[in-house]
Design a protein around this ligand. Structure first.
Ligand SMILES: O=C1O[C@H](COP(=O)(O)O)[C@@H](O)[C@H](O)[C@H]1O
Length: 252
């Protein structure tokens, strides 16, 4: 339940966040591979990918059982996979090309489809993987229970492609949906919904830099902000951890 399993880890520098994030992810990988023989990891785009850089270095590059990883995206822009705005391309170039995860276990969104069709197609893909028990199911919510989501937050408090004040924040039924009027370009995106995000076993919210200090304060502090930011709605079934550098935590 939100709030009861929330941790905040603060670090002096972004480099220290990256070092900690690598160990945190590698430890969860070992736990889930031992427990269920697979590790389902959901990536966001943005600054998160650079924050994962230490995971592709020693000792993790050789010690993590990459063959058991299944990789998904919490949100994707409706562009071709080789487009500069693609979250798939960002992750491929910045992280996935450096580690030996089988390509068939990297589940990018179909970039030949419209936003609506791509969201439906991705949800269907997830449903097949739930049937095969590659992705677990939450006994509490009935939604898919990913092992770990690695998330970022924008300076406006958005996460995935769920933006402040947008009706998609309140979606209760769909697993994956699309947005065609994203306030941050590009306008067309697909995104996991909150019921799926908050059913993850572990959610890691990774936030660095002074530009996000105000949103971090609203999400975690005692700010009098009148609007509820999407980041405030984040929880996890087992544990939510916020990883912050000193700049991002400066208003707390
Ligand atoms: O547009 C997006 O933005 C958020 C935040 O990005 P950041 O660069 O400020 O960390 C990202 O988490 C999301 O996946 C992406 O599509």
């Amino acid at each position: 339940m939100a709030g009861q399993n929330k941790k905040i880890e603060k670090f002096e520098t972004e480099e220290e966040v990256a070092v900690r994030l690598a160990k945190y992810t590698a430890d969860l990988s070992a736990k889930f591979v031992k427990e269920r023989g697979a590790f389902t990891v959901v990536l966001s785009g943005g600054s998160l990918i650079d924050a994962l850089r230490k995971l592709a270095e020693a000792p993790y590059k050789d010690s993590v059982d990459w063959s058991k990883w299944h990789v998904f995206w919490v949100d994707e822009r409706v562009v071709k996979r080789d487009h500069v705005d693609s979250n798939y391309k960002l992750a491929l170039d910045g992280f996935l090309c450096k580690v030996p995860i089988p390509l068939g276990q990297v589940y990018g969104i179909n970039d030949a489809l419209s936003a609506e069709a791509a969201a439906d197609d991705y949800e269907t893909c997830l449903k097949h993987l739930v049937q095969r028990n590659v992705i677990a199911t939450s006994k509490t919510t009935g939604f898919p229970k990913f092992d770990l989501m690695l998330l970022g937050m924008g300076p406006d408090g958005h996460l995935a492609s769920l933006f402040p004040g947008h009706p998609l924040v309140n979606e209760k039924n769909k697993w994956v949906t699309c947005i065609k009027d994203s306030p941050k370009p590009p306008p067309e995106r697909i995104t996991f919904t909150f019921p799926v995000i908050n059913s993850a076993a572990y959610n890691a919210m990774v936030v660095t830099g002074e530009g996000k200090a105000s949103a971090v304060c609203t999400a975690l502090g005692n700010s009098q902000h009148s609007e509820t930011l999407p980041a405030q709605l984040l929880s996890a079934e087992d544990e939510l951890t916020w990883f912050l550098d000193k700049s991002a935590a400066s208003n707390l």
